[in-house]
Design a protein around this ligand. Sequence first.
Ligand SMILES: Cc1ncc(COP(=O)(O)O)c(C=O)c1O
Length: 477
Amino acid sequence: MLNHSAFAAFLAAHPAYQKTQALDDLRRREFARLDDQGQVYLDYTGGGLYAGRLVQAHADLLLQTVLGNPHSQNPTSLAATALVERARADVLRYFRADADEYTVIFTANASGALKLLAESYPFGPDKRFLLVADNHNSVHGIREFARARGAAITYIPLDPDSLRAPDITPYLDPSRSGAAGLFAFPAQSNFSGVQHPLTWVNLARELGYDVLLDAAAFVPSNRLDLGQVQPDFAAISFYKMFGYPTGIGALLARRQALAKLQRPWFAGGTVRLVSTKADLHIMAPDHEAFEEGTVNYLGLPAISLGLSLLDEIGIEAIHERVMTLTTYLLGEMQALRHSNAAPIIHIYGPGDAEGRGGTIPFNVLDPAGHVFPFQLIEAEATAAGISIRAGCFCNPGAGEYSLTHGAAEVRRCAELATQNGHFDLDRYQECLGDKPKGALRASLGMVSNFADVHSLLQFLAGYGDRVAGGEYHLRGC
Ligand SMILES: Cc1ncc(COP(=O)(O)O)c(C=O)c1O
């Protein structure tokens, strides 16, 4: 329910919000199910929501077309190929990428894109892996391919308060740290919402690095313009951008960088020639060598529809809305107080909207500053119809820095909790003692509105003067 006086105060402080009214109309028309069911959705970094029109247009297209497996010359195959190639061209156009410079490899999700790069990148003693601690697990996992090939792995640490990286120049310097190689960072942290500087792309490329930009959490509410910022590789998942369909992501790759990759195997669709007698195979050129088996040819036409919806709404309007709401939410969360004036909310990372996106990690404190178990808050939010996320959000680095778990402590507790090859998560959590084991995360997106944010604030205000007992079973991330 909209609180009119709070909304009026919000509008007076954030007049830019009114410029995004078209999003309220869109929500009424295409997302009515949210308000009909009283859902407060604040998990856009987990997944975007789909407009009804997108599902309908996709269903219409499938019902009116006969589509066969692509890669053949029959009519149904050609029809599918045309739609797949249209989706590829639409992705390039949406990201303003020059088709001579970039290509698009369709994958199952951002993790699939990252793994394709991981297994094909020529890591070795002369090509190391450099990454910021603030990364999704699907980027951290690349280190196992690097390690297997004898490459050095270097982490750039975070400042525990701001959750930003320090000056990265010394870490990049190949003369100080050995070889260049692959440098990976997220355009926006899925833990803290911090937007790491896109200027790092050129800085690293000029020093001989290939740059992987994990853009999965950035692109749902920010413009990624590959005409302006040119990473060698960028990974995305489309369901995070427009909610539908799941199961499709992409690796956007500079053709020159792609040519450096070495596929560890071949599969249907990736080869021009395979001989069983001569034991040879010849890979197909560029993206074809990376799209393994049959692409999601029924789902891919929905990518074109989703991108055209984003074009129609305007990513700039989404950005504006997300950032005005984020600014407000950050301020109001930090203003929530117990009657002894102690804060109710502890926000991890930046407390203001500068250099960040619409993702806010936090914990709830009692009047004595004790942290409520995030699982309890999550369960009570669920009962109130509020979708927020809890845990460490697959981002162990930002989690470790913000929740102050040190390397020695993590090793000691992991060892203590592992017996006969079995890892006992509860024992591990107990070993970490009183420190918070995870956090909560509210994230905003395409059709977030003031009422969503206000509902969360009211819910959190309900913890005023409540005492965190020790009765909750601790389970972390
Ligand atoms: C920054 C970032 N990178 C990678 C991923 C992995 O995406 P997916 O689970 O779609 O593969 C996510 C998912 O939340 C993410 O936020």
